[in-house]
Design a protein around this ligand. Structure first.
Ligand code: NAP
Length: 235
């Protein structure tokens, strides 16, 4: 599918995998709406990407901010034809040491946030009978890892949400694509983990190129899930 003329809303676009996806989308001719909480960083990135990018800061865990952000895009004539639910946080500790606030935050951002954004874009996609929703999940959605109890649960929960949603909307021309990356060198990891394991991780650019390659498949093919692990497998 030719991405020229498409506009993708990328959440969590201020750094890491989301930033790399936004940059790759623009390189392939699409326009991007960049969201994250860090307004200033987003503005810098939008400036660097030029006329193909617009910054719309928003905290995806707040349904009112999500709704407001979507209205802002519509009003500016940047109604997205695609959504990349990428915003996510990880707190990797034994379950008994995980503060309740961290549990709630992961559910609020990784699971509910993606649902709020999906709910915002779907009505107009259904009206146009066209649209793409990409969910950046994790191999932790399908593989149990120590210290990833809640993180894995949010990703597995979003995977089932997305699979069930696909069953609802595929006949209406909507593609729902789940991407499950393994370890990728971004700030989601602590500096200590990065220092020790970065060489065994994928780059965010590698994940981004895989995501955008899926989006460019012919419109009559519907990729549903991609599991992408580093060459040496899980850490
Ligand atoms: P990252 O570098 O920490 O980036 C996370 C992004 O999410 C940032 O842009 C951050 O921006 C944004 N974000 C966090 N909370 C937000 C909120 N409440 N509202 C809006 N934006 C929010 O991490 P990353 O590795 O690129 O993660 C991107 C996605 O990939 C996540 O869903 C993660 O679970 C998934 N993933 C990562 C790996 C990995 O190994 N890195 C592997 C599998 C899956 P602000 O702080 O400015 O809001």
């Amino acid at each position: 599918m030719d991405l020229a003329g498409e506009a993708f809303w990328v959440t969590g676009a201020s750094r890491g995998i989301g930033k790399a996806i936004a940059e790759e989308l623009v390189r392939c001719g699409a326009r991007v709406v960049l969201s994250a909480r860090s307004a200033e960083t987003l503005e810098h990135l939008a400036d660097a990407l030029g006329a193909a990018a617009m910054a719309v800061p928003c905290d995806v865990s707040d349904p009112q901010q999500v709704e407001r952000a979507y209205r802002q895009m519509e009003t500016a004539g940047w109604q997205p034809t695609g959504l990349v639910n990428n915003a996510g946080i990880g707190n990797f500790q034994p379950f008994t040491e995980l503060p309740l606030e961290a549990v709630q935050a992961m559910v609020a951002v990784n699971l509910l946030g993606a649902m709020y954004c999906t709910a915002a874009v779907l009505p107009s996609m259904l009206e146009r009978k066209q649209g793409t929703i990409v969910n950046i999940l994790s191999v932790a959605a399908v593989t149990p890892f120590r210290h990833a109890t809640v993180y894995g649960a949010t990703k597995a929960g979003l995977q089932m949400f997305a699979d069930a949603l696909r069953a609802e909307v595929r006949s209406e021309g909507i593609r729902v694509i789940n991407v499950l990356p393994g370890a990728t060198a971004t700030d989601i990891w602590s500096p200590e983990v990065l220092e020790r394991y970065q060489a065994q991780m994928m780059s965010p650019e590698s994940v981004a190129s895989a995501v955008v390659a899926l989006l460019q498949l012919p419109a009559d093919s519907h990729p549903e899930m991609l599991i992408l692990r580093p060459g040496q497998g899980d850490l």
